[in-house]
Design a protein around this ligand. Structure first.
Ligand code: GLN
Length: 289
């Protein structure tokens, strides 16, 4: 069987079941260790037996409802490949925007710092912490997670990608408070989906619930963080969060309750949805605001 035949056959099967028809190509070039554009140059080649077997196994897992990223064991984030498995949330595109916005603010507000302390709470695969550490050498990054299994993945990613990040296991801010760590930039993409919200089954049935659900209204972990944040931030600090697109009102109430009078902004993602919260603690407001 040629590559073309194999891919066509699988695409037809997915089409019939209304599933994502890009998956066969994505799986194939992953297994063949090729770049997407190289796939087109090998369409008329015969598929070797081992590859065929791996392909069928992968397709079977996909048909059984597993996300393609777990099947590949990888997801690209900020142009780097991160190892992912069922112990970590699959890094999302929206979160790249959080990283990007943090980097902009480092330029805007910390330009004259020689070294900047940053923490990422609930790091999961380590995507945020590792990307920031690699993009901005001035950063000294620590990252925490409650899940030992997630930290195994995060540490492996840091090693593979050559990022210098300190990882600590523990609940939310605890590992930082215990060690008296104080940061210039506090980052978190905590679980923020309300427990009874209906979400896609590919997410709900596969990704760790400890990384997804944030109590009745989705803000449980933000309040927990806001309540004790002052223990882990320096005199002058930025706090940066990802948030749910429908949480603006609740978020504003929470921020104003825990940080009265402190300037903050909610920023939209590329799809025009409220997605990021930045709190500017003792940082002069931006001139253009
Ligand atoms: N953005 C993720 C989703 O919609 C949720 C991530 C989170 O809770 N932090 O599936």
């Amino acid at each position: 069987m040629t590559v073309r035949e194999l891919i066509r056959q699988s695409e037809a099967m997915l089409d019939e079941q209304n599933k994502d028809c890009n998956v066969p190509k994505v799986l194939f070039y992953h297994l063949a260790n090729k770049e997407p554009h190289e796939l087109y140059l090998m369409m008329d080649e015969e598929v070797d037996e081992e590859l065929l077997k791996a392909f069928h196994e992968g397709m079977q897992r996909y048909m059984n409802g597993e996300p393609i990223q777990y099947i590949k064991g990888k997801e690209t984030f900020f142009s780097r490949d991160f190892i992912v498995n069922e112990n970590v949330l699959i890094p999302r595109y929206e979160t790249e925007e959080l990283v990007e916005n943090i980097l902009y603010r480092i330029d805007d507000y910390f330009e004259d710092y020689e070294s900047i302390d940053l923490c990422d709470v609930g790091t999961g695969s380590g995507a945020i912490a590792i990307s920031l550490a690699l993009e901005e050498p001035k950063l000294k990054v620590v990252a925490t997670d409650i899940s030992e299994e997630a930290l195994v993945v995060a540490k492996e990613n840091a090693k593979e990608l050559g990022a210098d990040v300190e990882f600590y296991q523990g609940d939310m801010l605890e590992p930082l408070i215990e060690r008296n760590i104080k940061v210039d930039i506090f980052v978190s993409n905590p679980p923020y989906i309300p427990v009874d919200q209906n979400i896609e089954s590919v997410v709900k049935d596969n990704e760790p619930h400890v990384a997804l659900f944030g109590g009745n209204d989705g803000l449980y972990f933000y309040r927990k963080i806001f309540d004790r944040a002052y223990k882990v931030i320096k005199e002058r600090a930025i706090l940066a969060f990802e948030m749910g697109f429908d949480q603006r009102k609740l978020m504003e109430e929470a921020v104003e309750h825990y940080f009265p009078g402190v300037p903050y902004e909610i920023i939209k993602d590329i799809n025009g949805k409220d997605r990021m919260l930045f709190i500017y603690y003792n940082i002069k407001e931006k001139l253009w605001l």
